[in-house]
Design a binder for this molecule. Structure first.
Ligand SMILES: Nc1ncnc2c1ncn2[C@@H]1O[C@H](COP(=O)(O)OP(=O)(O)OP(=O)(O)O)[C@@H](O)[C@H]1O
Ligand SMILES: [Mg+2]
Length: 325
């Protein structure tokens, strides 16, 4: 890693939090991304500014230096990796933290692919399994599985996309079709894409010494009604990765496999007794710096390339790169 803790500490003072750029059009705020729509200047397109905000338990809990850059570069890496066969939304990356994408109509479903029986949140497959449930998002699970064990095949376990501030809820193919949220044909097309993408991600991760454990895809329809993968793919925010080398060992000792995702911030919050209710404790500089190191390490390990950080304060840089006042 070309950047040290002292530099990251200094960057904690100029992270990209809430953005209010003029000249990019109407702003739509997500937990991590701020999208801008300007139908006159960029018809059919969306400008996505990936902030440095970090969300845990569906809440924004602070900012991590360089996180927006890392996520944006990582999503771009994967879109380029799969671009020969995947229809995706990315058009251009005019700034390390910004993507110009094709504006799509989002499907009201989060397409979660799971390769392993793991997780810790209330909606995770392990939490359900531990409770004794053997039906999960429409899939039957056999008895006798161990925590963190590989599933016999990756499963698509959809959730409904919640509105801002709400939590996503588990659902199934049958329930989504029955409620009219999505047609059968569209669900099955999205399923095929999610499976192929997850298989490609798994193969690439393996070559890098990693396990792609689970991930979430968002899918939209473009103006011609074509199915397009949107948002981000295979980033540490949307995915869980484990290191292959420590997996067997951890399993035999009944421990959690070594992870390279945002579990670190979640765990720190958990240690402070925070589980997503009320105001989260402020992230100390040390935790933010370590989280930044982990995001950068994740980029480097997954992509196999050094992360080239842009150390300029993000706001003036974005304004210059996007040619806005
Ligand atoms: N090409 C696109 N067209 C339309 N909407 C998009 C496109 N790409 C991403 N989005 C939407 O932009 C928003 C990005 O914001 P962000 O990643 O902060 O998501 P969020 O929904 O608040 O949180 P989370 O990702 O944790 O569920 C999401 O609502 C996503 O669906
Ligand atoms: Mg998102």
């Amino acid at each position: 890693m070309a950047i040290d803790r002292k530099q990251l500490e200094a960057l904690c003072g100029s992270t990209l939090d809430e953005t209010t750029f003029e000249g990019l059009g109407e702003r739509i705020q997500g937990k991590v991304r701020d999208s801008y729509l300007d139908p006159e200047r960029r018809p059919g397109q969306r400008t996505i500014v990936v902030s440095d905000r970090v969300s845990c338990f569906d809440r924004v809990v602070g900012t991590i230096p360089l996180k927006g850059q890392v996520l944006n570069q990582m999503a771009a890496f994967w879109f380029r990796e799969t671009g020969s066969w995947l229809r995706h939304h990315l058009i251009d990356v005019p700034d390390p933290s910004v993507s110009i994408v094709k504006e799509c109509k989002t499907l009201p479903v989060e397409f979660v692919m799971r390769g392993y029986l793991t997780g810790s949140t209330s909606t995770s497959i392990w939490t359900a399994y531990e409770r004794g449930e053997r039906e999960y998002c429409g899939h039957s699970l056999p008895d006798g599985l161990q925590r963190h064990e590989k599933l016999s095949e990756p499963l698509l376990t959809p959730t409904t996309k919640a509105d801002f501030g709400d939590h996503d809820e588990l659902t199934s193919r049958a329930a989504l079709i029955e409620s009219g949220a999505i047609s059968e044909a569209l669900y099955d097309e999205a399923h095929a894409i999610a499976q192929r993408l997850f298989a490609a991600g798994t193969r690439h991760a393996e070559k890098q010494g990693l396990i792609l454990v689970d991930t979430k895809y968002e899918i939209g329809l473009d103006e011609d009604g074509q199915v397009v993968v949107i948002d981000e793919i295979h980033t540490p925010d949307s995915s869980r990765y484990w290191r292959i080398d420590g997996y067997e060992d951890a399993l035999s000792r009944g421990e959690s496999p070594p992870a390279i995702d945002k579990e670190y911030v979640r765990l720190w919050l958990g240690e402070q007794g925070y589980k997503g209710e009320g105001t989260p404790p402020a992230l100390p500089i040390e935790v933010r710096v370590t989280a930044a190191e982990r995001y950068i390490a994740a980029f480097e390990q997954v992509s196999g390339r050094p992360f080239i950080a842009d150390l300029e304060p993000p706001e003036p840089r974005i304004k210059r790169n996007l040619a806005i006042p």
